[in-house]
Design a protein around this ligand. Structure first.
Ligand SMILES: NC(=O)c1ccc[n+]([C@@H]2O[C@H](COP(=O)([O-])OP(=O)(O)OC[C@H]3O[C@@H](n4cnc5c(N)ncnc54)[C@H](OP(=O)(O)O)[C@@H]3O)[C@@H](O)[C@H]2O)c1
Length: 202
């Protein structure tokens, strides 16, 4: 399978019309942001699972059951920092073991568990990531939208199905990235849909 194997699948009528995430991408001028991240010796990565119709969530939860994806997420992020939006944190409900959980919120009155760190902006979140550690942007839709131009490594699980949902990943320009790894996982008793895991590097 070629690295940029197109995964466009026509949206079904009963699903809301969205721009398919896998459409051709255009070059952004991202030099400044990438340079800033590498100057501070901090890497910003993103991990996302996205369906053919760009869905990433439903009712503030993941709209699929994919144990291979959860395992990969754990392996990738262990020992590093997770940067997530407040709504995604609400859906998880706790800090994940072995990782620093940084929750983005503009509110000041919310009580978070003591093992959670809050940040008032993406820049603030990056300041919190210790030098030598990776900040993994792990959603949701709002945070991916804001962070995508700053990402050095993108770990995508393409869920090979059209799935109903109410949160979508915006189109992501991958023209300045190259695919350095991909792996297909078939559907089975632990994985509701077949998936294609891809690692893109800028
Ligand atoms: N498929 C996947 O890989 C994946 C991964 C993660 C999440 N998801 C799904 O994504 C959905 C949630 O996404 P979402 O877009 O609704 O919410 P979200 O991105 O998780 O959180 C949005 C919240 O983050 C805070 N925020 C956003 N930008 C900020 C900024 N610049 N500075 C400070 N705080 C900021 C705000 O919190 P306050 O309102 O508190 O100010 C905002 O309401 C869920 O369905 C979830 O299951 C999917």
């Amino acid at each position: 399978m070629p690295p940029n194997y197109p995964l466009n699948v026509a949206n079904k009528q009963h699903l809301r019309e969205r721009t398919c995430w896998q459409k051709p991408f255009h070059l952004y001028s991202l030099q400044f942001m990438s340079q800033r991240a590498s100057e501070s010796n901090k890497k910003l990565s993103a991990v996302v699972a996205v369906a053919n119709n760009s869905v990433i969530g439903l009712n503030n939860a993941l709209p699929w059951s994919l144990s291979s994806d959860l395992k990969r997420f754990r392996q990738l992020t262990m020992g590093h920092c997770l940067i997530m939006g407040r709504k995604t944190f609400d859906s998880i409900g706790k800090a994940l073991k072995g990782r620093t959980t940084i929750v983005l919120t503009r509110q000041t009155g919310i009580q978070f568990p003591t093992d959670v760190v809050t940040a008032s902006s993406l820049e603030h979140a990056m300041e919190i990531v210790p030098v030598g550690k990776i900040g993994f942007v792990v959603g949701g839709a709002e945070i991916y939208r804001q962070a995508k131009d700053s990402i050095d490594d993108l770990y995508v699980t393409r869920v090979l199905a059209n799935v109903p949902g109410d949160a979508w990943l915006d189109e992501w320009d991958l023209s300045s990235f190259r695919c350095v790894e991909q792996m297909y996982t078939p559907e089975d008793g632990h994985n509701e849909w077949p998936t294609l895991f891809q690692h893109f590097r800028r």
